[in-house]
Design a protein around this ligand. Structure first.
Ligand SMILES: NC(=O)c1ccc[n+]([C@@H]2O[C@H](COP(=O)([O-])OP(=O)(O)OC[C@H]3O[C@@H](n4cnc5c(N)ncnc54)[C@H](OP(=O)(O)O)[C@@H]3O)[C@@H](O)[C@H]2O)c1
Length: 351
């Protein structure tokens, strides 16, 4: 392991507060400073951690030479601007999801990072859970045959003053939650934007943002994705992957809360097996990977290229959402369809 990576956090956000206690378990990582738009807010968080500096604006943190890397925890619409400024200030960047909202922005960040040999990574934390590694290996290794369908739902109820209800800040269910479905399609299922055949999305807008959306994406590989997300309703995170030789069902692909036990079930002609995983914190593992990438002990191109595929899908779905807004009844019909398929696979077999 090389020298310690000195990390600065941009934004006194909820996620930053949740993540700070994990740093002590990450070898080679040292929290050096926190910046918020108000000095008092930054100071309040910094006081809970020994020896951490604090700044009342983000620029001061970026001009601190003692900081090697930053973790950006700002609202989605601000990710691009601050990731770019951080890279130009020669800091490695770990940015919350979705890393940006437009593919052109990610190309631009990639180029800046590449020129300066800096690590640029999206905080798609769920990818770092062993449950995801196992599902990915099963799917890509052909355990369930050729993948034909991916069904997934996810929804949280957010208070009205939450950033997720702000259009200006890049809120809405597509950017906040649907992006996880899209990432699972690219990361687990290995579907690419170039293989996209058709998309049908229906969304319900409220207060200027996409409050709920549901739809179907079909790929040339004859794979269909049925997906639904909401920032106004609590919907269980249920995922089913159906292949020509079997299926995988996951009651909680995103493993909330972060430390809970995880399980998935794989059904093939040989029978039905449940695979269980002990408590594990994927966020902690993600920071470990970030440090290893900075030290050149792990390749990061693959993860960033995957983020690029996901952002391309996100941009595509965003365009579909704004083409035409279909009535709420249609969304509910698609959600019923997804739920029906998920229940059929989860409960329709004896296991
Ligand atoms: N919360 C989660 O569980 C979670 C999980 C995964 C990913 N994320 C991602 O993390 C990011 C932050 O989410 P969050 O829920 O932690 O948000 P949050 O608590 O609302 O924090 C957002 C932070 O952004 C800063 N900010 C800068 N300009 C702002 C503006 N104009 N309006 C509002 N805030 C502004 C604020 O920090 P200052 O203190 O500097 O003012 C605020 O603390 C998002 O990209 C989200 O997708 C969150």
């Amino acid at each position: 392991m090389g020298k310690k990576v000195r990390l600065g956090i941009i934004g006194a956000s909820n996620i930053a507060k949740q993540v700070i206690p994990l740093f002590s378990a990450v070898p080679g990582l040292e929290l050096s400073a926190i910046a918020a738009r108000s000095l008092a807010r930054a100071k309040k968080i910094a006081h809970n951690v020994d020896g951490v500096n604090y700044y009342g604006n983000y620029y001061d943190l970026l001009s601190d030479d003692r900081i090697d890397a930053v973790y950006i925890t700002l609202p989605n619409a601000l990710h691009f601007r601050w990731a770019k400024l951080a890279l130009l200030a020669k800091k490695h960047v770990l940015c919350e999801k979705p890393i940006v909202l437009k593919q052109s922005h990610l190309y631009e960040l990639k180029e800046i990072a590449g020129k300066q040999s800096l690590v640029l990574m999206e905080a798609m934390w769920y990818r770092f859970h062993p449950l995801i590694d196992s599902i990915r290996e099963s799917v890509q290794g052909g355990d369930i045959g050729t993948v034909q369908a991916f069904h997934s739902t996810l929804g949280f109820q957010n208070p009205k003053n939450n950033i997720r209800w702000s259009r200006k800040l890049g809120g809405g269910a597509l950017n906040d939650l649907f992006c996880y479905h899209l990432d699972a399609i690219t990361y687990i299922m290995n579907q690419r934007v170039s293989m996209l055949r058709k998309g049908v999305i229906s969304c319900c807008k409220k207060r200027g943002v996409i409050a709920s959306l549901a739809g179907e994406l079909s790929f040339n590989s004859d794979c269909y994705a049925l997906l639904a997300s909401s920032i106004e309703n609590k919907w269980e995170n249920r995922t089913t992957i159906v292949g020509s030789k079997g299926s995988i069902s996951v009651p909680n692909l995103l493993v909330f809360p972060l430390l809970s036990e995880a399980v998935y079930r794989i059904s093939t002609a040989d029978g039905c097996v449940s695979r269980k995983f002990n408590e594990f914190n994927a966020y902690e593992e993600m920071f470990r990977a970030f440090v290893e990438m900075i030290h050149g002990e792990r390749n990061h191109d693959f993860l960033l290229n995957n983020s690029l595929e996901t952002i391309k899908l996100l941009e595509y779905v965003n365009q579909l959402c704004h083409e035409k807004l279909l009535p709420r009844a249609f969304i509910q019909k698609i959600i019923r369809k997804v739920t029906f398929h998920v229940n059929k696979v989860l409960y329709g077999q004896n296991c």
